[in-house]
Design a binder for this molecule. Structure first.
Ligand code: NAD
Length: 326
């Protein structure tokens, strides 16, 4: 027998929220939609007539039948809305990042643990089949010891005015880098420049140093001639690239590595072999992400791994921001 659909309400029906709500409606019972904009509420109430519509988040909290809430509002509102939802006993999916400070994210995690509720940050890329393949290549040892990871997230535009390139673009790559490496950085350095609007860095370079000696780098920019969505992992045996701009070859594995021949007495050379592209399923990452949230709601939050990963991301973001400001 199929289990009853999870009853969900969603706050935030803006640019990204409308993608989320489509998946929520497909996979669960969408019972509330909430946005402070009258115009958006009107538009989405017509699209989802089975859901009740409100501009007041408290209406969702007061509904005892509502099991879970999706938060897709602007970043500064995330922590407060997520805290109130957890306090009211609702499971929460909250867009990235769930909080702007590590201490706030710790508070949310403590609350979720105390209430045995799901707290899942919307780190979309962790559900991308290409990124999952990259993680498999790292975890199975296929690439050998990982030495460094670097992300490129560049394009001309979209030029933001409320968030800098680190907060707008960097959260995605940071979540992937921390997940692949499985450690929290001991050092987090960011350099950048606000060329167009005071205080909003358009170009940011980040360097992360990990306890195991691995290092990572991110180039984040909306002032760039290349549209790049790329993550490179350099292993001691092989190297792999995830390129989200590619339609078919999302992952390429290079049999390229440093090599120390036995007879070379400490002199390093290199070796090159095949280059191959494993098949990557074309499932929509957002759908997989929403499905994962629903599985957690049905089966319980377990060890809260998703929120623990989210805590590491918020912690690193906060340190990179302090570095950028200094
Ligand atoms: N995972 C991804 O790839 C991805 C991509 C884009 C955006 N996002 C995230 O999604 C979130 C929303 O981004 P967006 O681009 O849709 O923003 P947006 O500004 O287009 O939409 C936000 C909506 O929230 C509403 N809102 C604000 N405060 C509210 C409140 N207290 N209660 C109810 N509604 C409220 C606004 O009226 C607006 O309609 C952000 O956190 C952003 O970081 C994620």
């Amino acid at each position: 027998m199929t289990p009853p659909l999870v009853r969900i309400g969603q706050a935030g029906l803006g640019n990204w929220g409308q993608n989320l709500v489509r998946n929520v409606d497909d996979l669960a019972a969408l019972t509330w939609i909430c946005d402070t904009s009258d115009e958006l509420r009107e538009r989405f109430a017509a699209r989802y007539p089975g859901a009740r519509s409100t501009g007041d988040f408290d209406d969702l909290l007061a509904d005892d039948d509502l099991e879970a809430i999706v938060v897709a509002t602007p970043v500064p509102t995330h922590c407060d809305l997520a805290r109130r939802a957890l306090d009211a006993g609702k499971h929460v999916f909250v867009e990235k990042p769930p909080a702007m400070r590590r201490a706030e994210m710790e508070e949310l995690l403590d609350l979720a643990r105390a209430r045995n509720l799901v707290l899942m940050p919307g780190h979309l890329l962790l559900y991308h089949p290409g990124v999952r393949k990259l993680k498999e290549l790292v975890d199975t040892g296929e690439l050998g010891e990982v030495l460094c990871v670097y992300g490129n997230r560049q394009n001309l535009g979209v030029i933001r005015s409320h968030e800098n390139a680190l907060w707008s673009l960097g959260v995605h790559d940071l979540s992937v880098i921390l997940w692949l490496i499985g450690e929290e950085p001991v050092e987090a350095i960011a350099l950048g420049r606000a060329f167009l609007q005071p205080g909003v860095e358009d170009v940011v370079f980040c360097y992360l140093d990990f306890p195991s000696g691995k290092v990572a780098h991110m180039h984040l920019s909306w002032l760039d001639p290349h549209k790049m969505r790329k993550m490179t992992v350099v292993g001691k045996e092989k190297m792999a690239v995830f390129d989200d701009m590619e339609l078919e070859r999302k992952i390429t594995v290079y049999e390229k590595a440093p090599w120390e021949p036995a007879e070379s007495y400490g002199e390093w050379t290199t070796r090159t072999g095949d280059i191959f592209s494993p098949k990557i399923p074309s499932d929509e990452p957002l759908r997989l992400e929403v499905r994962h949230f629903l599985d957690l709601v049905r089966n319980g939050p377990g060890d809260h791994q998703e929120a623990v990963d989210g805590l590491a991301v918020v912690g690193a973001l906060e340190r990179l921001t302090e570095s950028l400001r200094s």
